[in-house]
Each structure stands twice: as structure tokens, then as C-alpha cells.
Design a protein around this ligand. Structure first.
Ligand code: DX5
Ligand code: ZN
Length: 216
């Protein structure tokens, strides 16, 4: 079984409440929150203030994906607004192990994200300390991009690395995922599947039902 984590970035912010209610009614557990600072990636999204308002009104597990230049600077703020997972880019952190320690001290689960060009070697020695690995299947910064096919092998390799390590680490895939790729991702042992533009479209309810039918 794999879980769906809809990416809020693709939501219609004018109709946000209505759209989030549909997610709740369809028993979606995770909400993927993309935080972009305009430096690490060439786009700006939203910040802890928005997340805090969502926390007051919803019970989703907040899967916060930080695409920022200095992830350590945001740990306390996201812990305060109730994030469960704090995932940062391994390429962005100067002292990745220290960042992980601080995330745990703040009471959150720690995820590391890898850009398409980043090798798995870079996180090998962090495995005992992390709770999630997020494999980017697009270059970070924008929703609605095309899935990079060569990431298939990386997903297989990551699954193998996690299993061989014996640690309890979730494998998440993010970027360009559409319905027709779900069987394959599930077979590869992905635990959490992010989807933005393919979920927030004309018929969100029907789309979630289709995703769940395949993933459950
Ligand atoms: C990309 C973000 C993704 C994105 C996914 O930088 O990290 O989470 O919102 O959106 P889709 O599914 O449209 O590629
Ligand atoms: Zn993301």
C-alpha cells in the first residue's frame, strides 16, 4: 500500500477551503506543502503563516518540503505551526547531519530530498538518522512539469538501499506524477506519492478516488 500526498501548490487558492474539504471527505491523510524562497529555486510559494492557518482548520499530516537556501533557519517556525515532516534538500544544507538533529529536537520527522542529479551516495551515512527520503522526479521549483524517466532506476536503487539498511525510512516520490504511473511506482515500493496538477483539476473527488483505488 502507498499513500497519496496531494501538493497544495496546484490548488485553486480562491477555492481552497472547498478543495481541502474534498480531500478530507475522501480520507486523504497527507498534505504536501511546498515552501519556495525564490533563491534556492526560481519561484516563491507560501510560508509558515499560511501553514499555521491550515493547521488550525485541518488534521492532515503536514509533509513540508523546503526548497530554500537555508533550511536550518526555518526549523523552529515550522515546528511551531505543526509540521509533522520537515524535508530539506541535501544540496542546500551546509551541515546536513546537524540540520537533522535540530529537526528531531524540534519534535518533527526529518526528510532529505535529492534533486535529479544528486547521487544516493550523498545520504548513505545519514540513513540511521532520517525518517524519509524524497526523490525528485522533476527539477524543483514548479508544478506541472514532466516526469524525468531516468529517475525510475534511482527509485529502485533507493528502495534497495532503504531495505538493506534495515531502517524505518519512508520513500517519497515528487514531481510529474500522473495516474498512469501509479502502478509502476507502487510496484517499485514507493510509500508516499506526491501529486499536484493531476489531482487539483476539474474533478478532484473522482481523481482522488482513482488514485486510491490503485494505491490501496
Ligand atoms: C516541485 C514541487 C512538487 C510539485 C508537484 O518543485 O516540489 O511538489 O508541486 O506538482 P506536479 O505533480 O504538478 O508535478
Ligand atoms: Zn514538493
Amino acid at each position: 500500500m502507498a499513500e497519496l500526498a496531494p501538493s497544495l501548490l496546484a490548488a485553486d487558492f480562491y477555492n481552497l477551503e472547498k478543495q481541502l474539504r474534498v480531500l478530507e471527505e475522501e480520507q486523504v491523510k497527507y498534505l504536501h506543502l511546498d515552501i519556495m524562497d525564490g533563491h534556492y529555486v526560481p519561484n516563491i510559494s507560501y510560508g509558515p503563516g499560511v501553514v499555521s492557518k491550515l493547521r488550525d482548520r485541518t488534521n492532515f499530516i503536514f509533509d513540508v518540503h523546503l526548497m530554500v537556501e537555508d533550511p536550518a533557519a526555518y526549523i523552529d517556525e515550522f515546528a511551531k505551526v505543526g509540521a509533522e515532516y520537515f524535508t530539506f534538500h541535501i544540496e542546500a544544507a551546509k551541515h546536513s547531519h546537524r540540520v537533522i538533529q535540530s529537526i528531531h529536537e524540534a519534535g518533527m520527522k526529518a526528510g532529505v530530498s535529492l534533486n535529479p542529479g544528486t547521487s544516493l551516495e550523498s545520504i548513505k551515512y545519514l540513513l540511521p538518522d532520517i525518517d524519509m527520503i524524497l526523490i525528485m522526479t522533476v527539477n524543483p521549483g514548479f508544478g506541472g512539469q514532466k516526469y524525468i524517466e531516468s529517475m525510475d532506476q534511482k527509485i529502485i536503487d533507493t528502495r534497495k538501499m532503504i531495505d538493506e539498511s534495515g531502517y524505518d525510512i519512508l520513500l517519497e516520490v515528487d514531481g510529474g506524477v500522473k495516474l498512469n504511473r501509479l502502478h509502476e511506482l507502487k510496484d517499485k515500493g514507493v510509500d508516499l506519492i506526491v501529486s499536484g496538477s493531476d489531482i487539483f483539476n476539474e474533478n478532484i473527488r473522482q481523481q482522488i478516488a482513482e488514485y486510491k483505488r490503485i494505491l490501496d
